[in-house]
Design a protein. Structure first.
Length: 322
């Protein structure tokens, strides 16, 4: 703005110049600068836990502090990030857009902090479906821990659907699954090869035979629960080749299936990796059948928007999944 003032008596001219900044640009810059890791941490924890109370417990802070941090973030951004559904806070479209970016910033901040001492090392968060988590990963994790004592692994075991949900919700860094499930926010990569086999009690009537599809269809089956990757592949394999599949037991544990099958009440369908030494005590036997082999690929799961830190990449390489 230019101002002109003329003093007629003294014939002096005074010129005043003032500058007006772009307030909208300044406001945008201020909003960006007001974001803090504390606010983003409260947001991510609330998104994963569904309430500020649960988020506060996870962050070891008071509920008022978590609520305040979340309110400050929404004010700084100028948008609401959650919808209230009953007592739960559910991400709206703004929150869903922010979540992967907020998690990536927190992950990168953690890496910066860990640069300056092992005392600050955060555990690597891994989720695995039952067969992988109970029979394949333990030895890999043990060897990793011996060679990387400053980078512990926190292993979470569930069925494939639960692993998918944990990776999609940024609750873990990487997942390992058995089934062919997909998710629009995830990248699924082939890992190891596996084969499904049919097991029976040593004294079962079909144990000394090569079982036909008709004979198998007449049996009771002991299978994993729905949501399991093994169950998904088992259903596709058996239903394609048998006239019917009579499911007598649905169990959430491979070990439980072995025990029930060993009692002679039905046939089980398990991963070959999960058998381990179970055949050594001769309570279980591999059943010979006329069915084609049921091979599958175990897989790793990553969120497509997640920043992969050096530790996560090193662990995946250690597992042969890079």
């Amino acid at each position: 703005m230019l101002g002109l003032c003329v003093d007629s008596k003294k014939q002096r001219i005074r010129i005043t110049v003032s500058y007006k900044t772009d307030q909208s640009a300044q406001g945008e810059e201020d909003r960006q600068l007001r974001l803090t890791l504390r606010q983003l941490g409260a947001f991510v924890a609330t998104a994963q836990e569904g309430s500020t109370r649960a988020a506060a417990e996870r962050m070891a802070r008071s509920q008022s502090a978590a609520s305040s941090a979340l309110a400050e973030l929404e004010t700084a951004l100028g948008v609401a990030l959650f919808d209230r559904v009953g007592r739960r806070l559910v991400l709206n479209e703004n929150g869903r857009a922010l979540l992967p970016r907020a998690q990536a910033l927190l992950d990168q901040a953690g890496e910066v902090q860990r640069l300056f001492g092992a005392a600050h090392a955060a555990p690597l968060r891994v989720a695995a479906s039952f067969t992988i988590g109970e029979y394949l990963l333990p030895a890999l994790v043990a060897r990793w821990t011996r060679s990387h004592p400053a980078s512990p692994v926190r292993l979470r075991i569930g069925n494939t659907a639960e692993v998918i949900g944990a990776v999609a919700g940024f609750e873990v860094d990487v997942g390992f699954i058995e089934g062919p499930q997909t998710h629009p926010d995830l990248v699924v990569r082939p890992w190891l090869e596996d084969e499904l086999v049919i097991v029976a009690a040593a004294g079962h009537e079909l144990a000394p035979r090569v079982a036909t599809p008709r004979q198998l269809a007449a049996q009771t089956w002991v299978l994993r629960e729905h949501g399991s990757g093994t169950r998904q592949v088992t259903d596709a394999w058996l239903m394609q080749h048998l006239p019917q599949v009579r499911v007598g037991f649905e169990l959430g544990s491979t070990e439980a299936i072995k025990r029930v099958v060993a009692e002679g009440v039905g046939l089980g369908c398990l991963s070959r990796h999960a058998l381990g030494s179970s055949l050594d005590d001769r309570r279980l036997v591999l059943l010979q059948t006329r069915l084609p082999a049921a091979r599958r690929r175990l897989a790793t799961v990553l969120h497509r928007d997640k920043h992969l830190g050096a530790v996560t990449q090193a662990f995946m390489s250690h597992c042969g999944a890079d």
